[in-house]
Design a protein around this ligand. Sequence first.
Ligand code: SF4
Length: 232
Amino acid sequence: MGIVTLDFESLNSRFEASTPQEILEWALESFWPAIAMSSSFQTQSIPLLHRITQIKPELPVFFLDTGYHFQETLEFKANLQKTWGINIIDLRNEECDDEKDAHSGEQLYLTDPERCCYINKVAPMKKALQNMRAWITGIRREQTPERPQANIIERRSSGLVKINPILNWTQADVYRNIYGHNLPMHPLFTSNYPSVGCAPCTRPVQPGEQERGGRWAGSDKTECGLHTIFFS
Ligand code: SF4
């Protein structure tokens, strides 16, 4: 299917009432084999990963191996790869060797997290998606102030199509799906980490905080840039 033949407006209107399964099936039928998914292998990632293993286990699943993940995340990912046979492709920073601030000598995640996220997340993902026509993500509208504006299917200026099959799901939908199918959860979930990113930038949520309240806590940063800077 050529990109010019896609009517994004009517597809979005149709997909707002579709299930994630229906959206995934359409995406795979339309773009395979030039399609990949990305995952951070946290609890919120599980429903989508589970569906992919049932529909298209050979789908490449990109994981941003920033070098700053919790050991629990790496072990959780390795276990899922083994038990579910996921085709995981690790992506790493190839942009620069030095991840320290040029002036203070401190780690970039302390002094310039935007730059740290760019070199460890945005740049490697951009490169990996160069030869793809479509990218499946697990973002949900309720997660950040930026995400309510997202659409289920979107097009980047380069032509890359982004597909967000669970955009309309709530956190309750995620847990309902996990418990309903008896799916595994990230080991840190029970230690108040409903959302898990890099270790230096994630703390447990406090009572009353939202799902991502422990991400870049104490700063205005809510996004790593994959769904904002890169996909704009
Ligand atoms: S989340 Fe933190 S450690 Fe991870 S890439 Fe971004 S700034 Fe760096």
